[in-house]
Design a protein around this ligand. Structure first.
Ligand code: EPZ
Length: 419
């Protein structure tokens, strides 16, 4: 296990290239299970989650080559249909192999992902959607077993207690491409990553419309071909670096961002008092004062839950009281205790966090708990004048490519050490 040591208190200045989107790469890698032809994905970030998905595809009979930012997936054999627990438990997103596996090989056995620190992570909507398409689904021994000689299109309402589901939409959209007839997914997720996945499926020959809206319509086809695709840039990484710029009192130019995917984030940053300059795919973020703000997280296009922890650090530096309401993962507050150990004044009331502004974070030894909470601790460490040590930093490397190098290039004093 590694730890990250940050000597904070200095403004970050310079340019950073935004990497490809983790949450686009993962379902698009899973889509390769719908065909036996070659699939080439470009702009893929080197992340442990991508490596995990590659291992799962290999266990399912694919050969995966990952050179530079290009990931080539070739078909080797189709016998296997089991996504093993030892891999799925390390990354919940693995569950999105279920739909394509079932549609192409007519049976699938995928370990249930289980919960994690940000919430229970149920999969009821995934299973509801597959059963609606005619699959026989049962849960046994911690695995989801699904089989279907043939899937048949249906109108499916996929909304849950917390609104739409990104990966359930991905699973059902992928499965329905090979179903017989028309599938309508009502209350589908509208995330840019779903639109990117639909683009790939259409390149493979699928007939899809309505992606990016809450109603996706898929006309099933007999088979799908391979694809070549450059994935979108990571809007959550872009938002995270915008927070790094502001908590350090510096200025960062994000290169290769997709401003259209960041409208809710820019809205919040502007209200907080940041200055944002946009030129095509370049976004410069800077700002001195931080004004308090109330933020509620929603499915896209609302404010993203994956930036909630990072914005909690930013709002901790506001002059006044802010409230964050977490509507997607009501328990996603593991970062609160650690931030309070760094001098923050945050109180949690169920899905709400009340944040009282402080002048500056104090350096401390802290423990990372999940991917985005770790990014929040890095942000607090960049603000604190002195030495902050973040333990269990492997969480960070699941979702941020070359984070240490990118921060060093911006002037951060940061190093990684073995525990
Ligand atoms: C995706 O997870 C992302 N992961 C998450 O990012 C992100 O936080 C989440 O969407 C919400 O935006 C990937 O894309 C790989 P959901 P997903 O299904 O699809 C409930 C990160 O940090 N729900 O949209 O698993 C669920 O409990 C990760 O990069 C059900 O009730 O999330 C949650 O409250 C963390 N039943 C809400 O829906 C279900 O069957 C949204 O979850 C499925 C979900």
């Amino acid at each position: 296990m590694d730890k990250l040591i940050i000597f904070g208190g200095k403004p970050l200045r310079g340019e950073v290239k935004v990497s490809g989107a983790k949450n686009s790469a993962l379902p698009i890698m899973a889509a390769s299970l719908l065909t036996e032809e070659d699939c080439l994905i470009k702009n893929v970030p080197h992340l442990s989650d991508v490596y995990t998905m590659a291992k799962i595809l290999t266990a399912l009979g694919k050969e995966v080559k990952f050179e530079s930012d290009r990931l080539l997936i070739r078909h080797r054999r189709s016998q296997s249909f089991v996504a093993p627990y030892r891999l799925v438990r390390t990354m919940r997103a693995s569950f999105c192999v279920l739909g394509p596996l079932l549609a192409r090989r007519h049976k699938a056995r995928v370990s249930l992902p289980g919960g994690c620190v940000i919430g229970l992570r149920p999969v009821d909507l995934h299973l509801k959607g597959l059963e609606a398409l005619g699959a026989e689904v049962k849960i046994s021994g911690g695995y989801c077993w699904a089989k279907a000689a043939e899937l048949r299109g249906r109108e499916i309402f996929l909304g849950g207690d917390f609104g739409s589901s990104v990966l359930a939409t991905a699973n059902i959209m992928m499965a329905s491409t090979l179903a017989k007839g028309r599938t309508v997914i009502d209350f589908s997720a509208c995330e840019p990553e779903i639109v990117d996945l639909a683009k790939v499926l259409k390149k493979m020959g699928a007939k899809i419309r309505g992606e990016g809206t809450p109603r996706i319509v898929v006309e099933g086809t007999k088979s799908l071909g391979g694809f070549e695709h450059k994935i979108i840039s990571d809007r959550i990484e872009a938002g995270t670096f915008a927070v790094f710029a502001l908590v350090s009192g510096g200025r960062i130019k994000l290169q290769g961002a997709e401003p259209a995917h960041l409208l809710a984030v820019f809205d919040a940053l502007t209200k907080i008092g940041a200055s944002i300059r946009i030129k095509d795919t370049e976004v410069s973020v800077s700002g001195r004062r931080v004004k308090p703000l109330n933020i509620t997280t929603f499915p896209y296009p609302g404010f993203p839950t994956d930036l909630q922890a990072q914005f909690m650090v930013l709002l901790s530096l506001a002059k006044g009281i802010s409230v964050i309401t977490e509507k997607v993962y009501p328990d996603r507050f593991m970062h609160v205790a650690e931030l309070n150990r760094m001098g923050a004044k945050i109180q949690r009331f169920g899905p709400l966090a009340v944040i009282e502004g402080i002048k500056r974070f104090s350096p401390a030894e802290v423990m990372a708990s999940d991917l985005r909470a770790s990014a929040a601790l890095v942000a607090a460490g960049l603000n604190a004048a002195g030495k902050t040590v973040i333990h269990r930093v492997y969480h960070l490397y699941r979702g941020y490519e070359n984070l240490q190098q990118k921060l060093e290039k911006l002037g951060a004093q940061i190093k990684r050490e073995d525990e």
